[in-house]
Ligand binder design. Sequence first.
Ligand SMILES: Cc1cc2nc3c(=O)[nH]c(=O)nc-3n(C[C@H](O)[C@H](O)[C@H](O)COP(=O)(O)O)c2cc1C
Length: 279
Amino acid sequence: MNVQQNKSDLGAALAARFSDGADLDVDIAGESASRLMPLAGRGSVRQFKDTPISPDLLRLLSALALAAPTKSDLQQRDIVMVTDPALRESINLLIDDQSWIAEAPAMLVFCGNNRRQRQIHEMRGHPFANDHLDAFFNAAVDAGITLTAFVMAAETLGLGCCPVSALRNESEKVSHLLGLPDHVFPVAGLAVGWPAARAPISPRLPLGVTFHENRFSEDGIKDAIAAYDPSRHYEVQRFVEDYGEDAGYGWSEDKTRQYSKPERADFGAFIRSKGFRLD
Ligand SMILES: Cc1cc2nc3c(=O)[nH]c(=O)nc-3n(C[C@H](O)[C@H](O)[C@H](O)COP(=O)(O)O)c2cc1C
């Protein structure tokens, strides 16, 4: 692949991703452009080959992920790799409304961990004076950052991944199965495997909506979303029994139908039961 080819691949991926991304074709060298391709052209994978992944490789990817930035170097995130078939089966049974998850060769669970911080306070004899929302928030964000870093490392090797927040529909049971103590909580699972098919590029909202310069702006948001909607295609429409079939079903209809029903309304109670104060 020559230098020009690398650049045009990047441009094509970004054009597929952002309808207003044509001006992203900045002057970077072709070789650098190809290094950005794994991110520009990525997509979540939900269909995998049967080929197993060695726990050693998952451990390596986890180590790389744990090298990601972490708030104040507090390192409030852990990864649980699920290798015990019986445990995996128990987790699969909890999330049986998404059958592809059980077919994924590997499953990891990314957890927020504010417990270690409290433990070192005990060890050092200093008071823990930050028992409020920030303690939960920082650990959750750290776990999310680490998950992203894992995905980027795995996708660079050609592996496919898909985060699984569905696991939090049963936070308490998952927590029990994984033996998560107080102040440790699941943020998301991650299904990993060798892709059976190339993941499509999922178009994102125009940069004009989600990227701001100097000051937050919502100028033109309605028109931008209306223009974005038809770029998204859904095989199944949600809650047709309540809202009917919609010929113009797009992103905003899908997302508003999804969030017109309660999801994980008990999550706050679960996090409080883990010992967090959320005020
Ligand atoms: C925290 C998090 C949780 C997710 N949970 C699920 C899930 O439970 N099931 C699923 O199919 N996809 C899940 N996804 C994947 C998103 O649906 C996907 O990232 C989004 O549709 C954009 O598609 P793309 O990753 O292919 O660009 C999750 C993604 C994130 C970041």
